[in-house]
Design a protein around this ligand. Structure first.
Ligand SMILES: Nc1ncnc2c1ncn2[C@@H]1O[C@H](COP(=O)(O)OP(=O)(O)OP(=O)(O)O)[C@@H](O)[C@H]1O
Ligand SMILES: [Mg+2]
Length: 249
């Protein structure tokens, strides 16, 4: 059965999309079949992989207008792109019965075709994120090693508790990791230690360092392994992928 992982943090710009793409691409290189789902109206994941958001996307499928279709990006890597209507989805889907379960229902028939399904969540805790959490087995939370990053996390944990008690009892936060890490900054090290003392085993050992190649790769419509396989960014995401695989043996 495919493992469904939502990559979420309502704080913006923490590396959700970069991580979803590069964990997905890294797993695909390791021979796992991966489906990426762009649940963010910003459509950054689709754009970063060079897919125009006009193609049959997640919103049309959620509206029931088309089937859920994974476009092949490369070997083992597929994408359900965002679509222009996604920005209005929170309002448009609000009156639907069972609105929290729409994504879960869409994924049920395709789940077994993939080893991993990674959902790139928007930087908010609205209906799109709730759909992702209701469909997912696990949540990964990328974080920047800043003091305020920790302050905000309570809201996310609160939502996860509610989803667990009302909609998806088996949901677990299983992975927290630091992105844009700079070991020269004392605060970065302090945040890492605080995270580990709070979340223990849930914190991945790998820290994704600040690496300009990670920011450049989307301009080429590429993941880091295709764009610059010898970069620190490629090395770090490869390490993270190893940890993901170890936890999913
Ligand atoms: N490790 C890194 N080193 C350097 N730049 C990075 C790194 N990770 C991400 N970036 C860059 O930081 C910016 C934000 O990253 P990203 O889009 O992945 O965050 P996000 O959490 O998905 O943002 P949003 O909340 O808007 O969806 C992007 O320009 C990205 O290229
Ligand atoms: Mg994003």
């Amino acid at each position: 059965m495919g493992k469904i992982i939502a990559i979420s943090n309502h704080k913006g710009g923490v590396g959700k999309t970069t991580s979803a793409i590069n964990i997905g691409a890294g797993l695909a290189l390791k021979g796992k079949k991966v489906l990426l789902i762009d649940m963010d109206p910003q459509a950054n994941m689709s754009q970063s992989l060079g897919v125009p958001e006009t193609e049959a996307g997640i919103y049309e499928a959620m509206k029931g207008n088309s089937a859920l279709q994974g476009l092949k990006i490369r070997k083992n890597l597929f994408l359900v792109p965002a679509s222009p209507g996604l920005g209005g989805a929170e309002l448009e889907l609000a009156p639907e019965a069972g609105r929290e379960f729409i994504l879960k229902e869409l994924l049920a028939p395709v789940q077994n075709e993939y080893d991993f399904i990674l959902i790139d969540c928007p930087p908010s805790l609205g209906l799109l994120t709730i759909n992702a959490f209701t469909a997912a087995h696990e949540i990964y939370i990328p974080m920047q090693a800043q003091f305020l990053a920790l302050q905000g996390i309570g809201k996310l944990l609160g939502l996860v508790d509610k989803i667990k008690s009302r909609l998806n009892a088996n949901l677990e936060i299983t992975g927290i990791f630091i992105t844009q890490f700079d070991r020269r900054k004392v605060l970065n090290r302090y945040v890492m230690e605080t995270l580990e003392s709070h979340f223990g085993e849930k914190v991945f050992k790998t820290r994704i360092r600040n690496n300009v190649a990670l920011a450049e790769a989307p301009n080429e419509g590429n993941d880091i392994f295709s764009y610059q396989p010898s970069s620190n960014g490629a090395f770090d995401y490869q390490q993270l992928v190893k940890e993901v695989l170890k936890r999913n043996k």
